[in-house]
Design a protein around this ligand. Structure first.
Ligand code: XMP
Length: 510
């Protein structure tokens, strides 16, 4: 694929992936490379622009991440952000030092004349996070923005196409930050914006076709977004040379196994082997109450079932992995091959007879995988499926798991999801589900006393699932869910809503 390329040179800041996502949202392909990447490697990739990211260090300290000064004479447009801006100033002859007043958070910035700020107001809100500042700008540079405490909030040398901003245009709180990045790409780098999902899909399918030829491919389908999109892409490239194995451990949400089967066999005509292994899994889990033991049993059994099915197929040439770009970046290598066993099917590559791993999504961010999924015709509800743990409902039934409890939970969870959808809250809440506790309490129904299960509802909002806030679901929605579950499911006589954030709680209960 021959796309124009922007390189995001990573100096270790928090928001580096966000910068890359913003660039791609502007229709320009970009790659994140570690700051140790040699200049020759970067130049050889012929980027139309380079963005230097933020980072936690001080440029003037020994051992801080630095870069070859020749970068600034390479005639490639450069935008430095935060640490990247200070590094640009430091390496081209300016002075960077500790600021008398640090700035954190939303800050009013006064913008001057710059291609980056065209069409913006003179005063804008930006997101600051710095303890150092540029005291003296390098020769040939102009100051193009300032704040109350930061005399150099942006600088540039238009002739050399070198730009820097002290604030973070990539974060949402810089209200017109994406516009600034967009201006850098279009007005400075002269990008033609050739990164479009429809085109990417076509090109990737053609490439996969050529790479795979007449050979055989095996994919472990979980029903999640990544493995589904990867499978459909490969299917479009090589049709029935692809076999998908879908191990249904019976711990999926209500009707989910059938839904996955329907989409893949009826809509896409994929060669799908569905293994209905519910009894096998429930048998192994009988009497087990410890969450980690449950996880371990399911993980091991999953591999065993997959292996048995894979053996029936015999040797395959390629095994599909749903690796996505954040995994590649986090591996720290940027471009080395990463073999990361899928979260849900840990360790597969050791057990299956295959020659090569194929990773059709390794250049995409999650939001791009979704866009691609829609482009390929995968239904909305699968593309927007909320995350679901590999061990499934086993970690949402507290204590031991029985078939009866599983059905109760599936029914209650389905009602909760239906009402969230009816209220139009599906995209607002990052993850929401029901948990069947192992507690029973007394209730009264009609004239009779009941002694039944307590069900907990959980809803969280989060952007990264590392921290999360509990979702403020409107009372009337919760009320409707509660009434319906009690009336329609049976054996549940009390519903509670979990109002703990993460930390201190986790998202799942087990
Ligand atoms: P926690 O409970 O750790 O969950 O706050 C964070 C996110 O990870 C998901 N999760 C899992 N996903 N296998 C998975 O594939 C697992 O064993 C697992 N445990 C938790 C959870 O649903 C949430 O999105």
């Amino acid at each position: 694929m021959n796309h124009e390329l922007v390189i995001v040179l990573d100096f270790g800041g928090h928001y580096n992936q966000l910068i890359a996502r913003r660039v791609r949202e502007c229709g320009v392909y970009c790659e994140v490379l570690p700051f140790r990447t040699p200049l020759e490697t970067i130049v050889a990739k012929k980027p139309i622009g380079i963005i230097l990211t933020g980072g936690p260090n001080s440029v003037y300290e020994n051992g801080s991440p630095a870069y070859d000064k020749a970068l600034f004479d390479s005639h490639i447009p450069i935008l430095g952000i935060c640490y990247g801006c200070q590094l640009l100033a430091h390496l081209t002859g300016g002075t960077v030092t500790a600021a008398d007043t640090s700035e954190f958070g939303k800050t009013e910035v006064t913008l001057g004349d710059s291609p980056l700020f065209e069409g913006l107001e003179k005063q804008e809100i930006c997101w600051m996070s710095h303890t150092d500042y540029i005291k003296e700008v390098p020769e040939g540079f102009q100051i193009t923005a300032h704040t109350e405490h930061c005399p150099v909030a942006a600088l540039e040398n238009r002739e050399r196409r070198l730009y820097g901003v002290q604030f973070h245009p990539e974060v949402m709180h810089t209200e017109n930050g994406t516009k600034m990045i967009d201006h850098f790409l279009s007005r400075v780098c002269r990008a033609s914006r050739d990164w479009q999902m429809a085109q990417f899909a076509q090109e990737s399918i053609a490439m996969l076709k050529e790479k795979i030829g007449s050979r055989k491919v095996l994919c472990a389908l979980s029903g999640g977004v990544d493995s589904s999109v990867a499978a459909v892409m490969i299917h479009k490239a090589v049709g029935n040379q692809l076999t998908c194995i879908f191990v249904d451990h019976g711990l999926l949400r209500k009707n989910e196994g059938d839904e996955v089967e329907r989409i893949f066999t009826q809509q896409f005509d994929v060669n799908l082997v569905r293994v209905n292994a519910k009894d096998r899994f429930l048998d192994k889990l009988k009497g087990v109450t410890d969450p980690e033991t449950k996880r371990k049993i399911i993980g091991e059994e999953f591999i065993r079932v997959f292996e048995e099915e894979a053996k029936k197929i015999g040797k395959v040439d390629f095994l599909v992995q749903g690796t996505i770009y954040p995994d590649v970046i986090e591996s720290g290598s940027g471009d080395a091959a990463v073999i990361k066993s899928h979260h849900n099917v840990g360790g597969l590559p050791d057990y299956v007879d295959f020659e090569e791993i194929i990773e059709p999504l390794r250049n995409l961010f999650k939001d791009e995988v979704r866009k691609l999924g829609l482009e390929l015709g995968i239904p909305q509800n699968l593309v927007w499926r909320q995350p679901f743990p590999g061990p499934g409902l086993a970690v949402r039934i507290i204590g031991d798991i029985t078939e009866k409890k599983l059905t109760l939970l599936q029914d209650a969870d389905a009602i909760f999801r239906e009402e969230i959808a009816n209220a139009g809250l599906e995209r607002e809440i990052s993850q929401y589900f029901a948990v069947l506790t192992d507690m029973k309490s007394v209730g009264v129904m009609g004239d009779g006393r009941t002694y039944d299960y307590t069900l907990a509802l959980r809803g969280v909002t989060t952007s990264d699932f590392m921290t999360a806030d509990w979702a403020r679901i409107p009372y009337d929605v919760l009320d409707k869910v509660s009434t319906r579950i009690i009336n329609e499911v049976g054996q549940i006589n009390r519903i509670v809503y979990d109002i703990t954030s993460k930390p201190p709680a986790t998202i799942e209960w087990e």
